[in-house]
Design a protein around this ligand. Structure first.
Ligand SMILES: *[C@@H]1O[C@H](CO)[C@@H](O)[C@H](O)[C@H]1NC(C)=O
Length: 629
């Protein structure tokens, strides 16, 4: 029996604290020493979080609501409830490696029942490729596969460099969770399996073409990986034996609502052959999707269209069935040059994924044309078979319908902002991230004449097994700045001072967040601890303000990369925006999403407002700089 490591995080309570340490046999010793030296995630002081919570509410709730919440917070602090729960949380922090990680994994991912495409899985759009022919596409895929295997070698041989943030080493655990792993649907809660930790780590990837899945062994018997040439030949064989397009798109089942998929999954794997095929996909190192071409669009529309393709595959008619959305890493290589990846979010955040992309892109650039060398003939990659019963057929039909609804509902706009990049805010000694965040605040304020709860993800990787906390970008200062920009009575110098103050505030909040002193995960911890303690739910968590604070109409993330690409993800709420940006030196790539079913939101309009906000803010800096001279 294969020793599969199910994330320890999935079984709270029954687990002894020491078991919460992942089995690290596969993690090289040097990395292990590094991991062990990382500090534990702290539990912030209760009073500090309560004060910061009230400050965060100030710009986004009414005066009456704020007064009411202030009372509830006072009761929570003074009445003993807060202190008791905080004590419980501190006890948990002492007994575990990370008091938050398993709760976060459940709350943010595994308990979440929405479909993974669009709702949780981020995508990365690579620059468009211009393949002359099928060989071009296959060659690109072969190089890409070789590049990922080269990256895997760094993981396997402990040569992956430790990353730093503000001079502090970061937890590298996420890199060990993204290969050979897969999410598995459950009727109420999903799980994630990681086969890299098992006794027999996988030596194959899965390739899908025209909805047909293949097992491609990428290692020779002596443990060396296949060369680009060899992978190319194998991919061509796969291509040649999957020419028919009349196959059932079995993979589209993975795009369903998780309860629905959980039920369909149990039915699917009742059949022994299906079960083996599913296992082969789950166990594979990663998946490569060789996509069919999609209808051409204008160059201007191309990136937005590409981002949508990467996020959902374009619908049942196109490539949505050419995926296994539960798979942690899926690289997409389209015949029409649309390339990128989509990843299941549970095991990792964007930055490690983009680090991998940067590495692979660099690797691919170093590969010159294929030199045909004599080689040992390799066996035909195995095609995975599925027995489609009438039940399964019905589930596929339902999944197709739902996917098409999701495709029609997702509104995507990729903005390539070419006027400037990090250089401009840097010249003015402003944090580029804070600068972009303030542009988002201004854009939103101009469109809606109000501000909203804003989420920006902040890395907690300074701490062992750290994931993220939230930077709440909407502050009293950001609101004052946005109001001043819309107030004709305000002078440029006054606006600039407010911008600088808002940027400074954002910088402080960012510093607090990455040092484990933000409020959101602490509040979640207090709430979960109350549930654990079986006490009645403290009123602060049932308050309107709490709901408003967690209704993030702007869900944002800065994911920087060396490659000129952009990450994208769907909105967090039905009436909000998802905004992911990559500030490069001289330009900024921004992906904006919304839902068409919401009358009030529009990705293209918001993109336009962001562009104008950025330009107006630069004008503000330039004008006022001239005054100073
Ligand atoms: C795939 O098919 C093409 C066209 O028929 C042929 O030229 C090529 O040799 C085949 N490749 C393999 C690996 O079978």
């Amino acid at each position: 029996m294969l020793a599969v490591f199910v994330r320890a995080a999935l079984h709270p309570g029954r687990m002894k604290p020491s078991r919460l340490v992942r089995p690290v046999t596969k993690i090289p010793e040097r990395s292990l020493v590094h991991q062990e030296s990382l500090p534990k995630l702290p539990v912030p002081p209760l009073k500090q979080t309560c004060e910061r919570y009230l400050a965060a509410l100030e710009p986004i709730v009414s005066k009456e609501e704020l007064d009411h919440t202030q009372q509830l917070v006072q009761e929570f602090l003074k009445g003993g409830v807060g202190e008791r729960v905080q004590k419980g949380l501190e006890r948990r922090a002492r007994k575990t490696d990370n008091w938050l990680s398993e709760w976060w994994m459940q709350t943010a991912y595994l308990d979440c029942r929405m479909p993974v495409p669009v709702y949780t899985s981020p995508g990365v759009v690579l620059p468009r490729m211009h393949f002359q022919d099928r060989q071009g596409q296959i060659r690109f895929a072969a190089k890409l596969i070789a590049g990922v295997l080269d990256f895997k070698r760094m993981i396997d041989t402990e040569t992956l460099p430790v990353e730093y943030l503000s001079g502090k080493p970061l937890c590298m655990d996420q890199y060990y969770q993204i290969l050979s792993s897969c999410r598995i649907p459950g009727p109420k809660r999903d799980t994630v399996v990681n086969h890299a930790m098992g006794k027999t780590p996988p030596t194959h990837i899965t390739v899908v073409h025209n909805f047909q899945f293949f097992v491609l062994d990428v290692y020779n018997s002596d443990g060396t990986s296949l060369t680009v040439d060899q992978i190319y030949m194998q991919l061509e064989k796969i291509w040649n034996s999957s020419l028919q397009t009349n196959k059932e798109p079995i993979g589209i089942l993975t795009s369903q609502h998780r309860n629905t998929w959980g039920k369909a999954y149990n039915n699917l794997i009742k059949d022994k052959i299906n079960k083996e095929s599913v296992r082969a996909i789950q166990k594979s190192i990663f998946t490569v999707c060789l996509d069919a071409p999609i209808p051409r669009v204008s160059d201007e529309m191309y990136l937005s269209r590409g981002a949508a393709q990467i996020l959902h595959g374009g619908g049942a008619r196109w490539n949505s069935g050419n995926r296994w959305f539960d798979k942690t890493l899926q690289f997409i290589v389209g015949e029409d040059g649309t390339c990128g990846l989509v990843y299941e979010h549970a095991p990792a955040e964007g930055p490690p994924i983009v680090f991998l992309i940067d590495y692979v892109v660099k690797y691919m650039q170093k590969q010159t044309e294929i030199v045909r060398s004599p080689m040992v003939p390799l066996s035909m990659p195995q095609k995975l078979r599925f027995n489609i019963t009438p039940d399964i057929k019905r589930d596929i039909e339902k999944a197709k319908q739902n996917m098409n609804i999701m495709v029609h509902d997702l509104d995507v706009k990729v903005l390539m902002f070419f006027h400037f990049g990090k250089n401009v805010p840097k010249q003015h000694k402003l944090s580029p991230d804070a600068f972009v965040q303030m542009a988002l605040q201004l854009a939103y304020f101009r469109m809606y004449d109000t501000c909203c709860s804003t989420y920006e993800s902040a890395s907690l990787r300074m701490f062992k097994y750290g994931r993220t906390d939230a930077i709440r970008s909407t502050t009293v200062d950001s609101l004052r700045f946005a109001q001043a920009m819309q107030d004709p009575a305000k002078q440029g110098s006054e606006r600039l001072a407010l911008l600088q103050k808002a940027v400074q505030k954002h910088k402080e909040n960012t510093y607090d967040a990455i040092h484990g002193q933000a409020i959101d995960r602490h509040l979640l911890g207090l709430k979960r601890q109350s549930i654990e303690d079986l006490t009645s739910m403290p009123e602060i968590f049932m308050d309107t303000s709490y709901a408003v604070a967690h209704h993030y109409c702007l869900s944002t993330s800065q994911v920087g990369s060396k490659t000129d690409c952009v990450m994208c993800f769907g909105p967090m709420v039905p009436d909000g925006y998802g905004v992911c940006y990559n500030p490069m030196d001289e330009h900024i790539n921004i992906a904006i999403t919304a839902f068409n079913s919401c009358e009030e939101t529009n990705a293209a309009k918001f993109a336009q407002a962001v562009e104008e906000a950025l330009l107006d803010m630069r004008a503000l800096l330039d004008d006022t700089a001239t005054v100073k001279q």
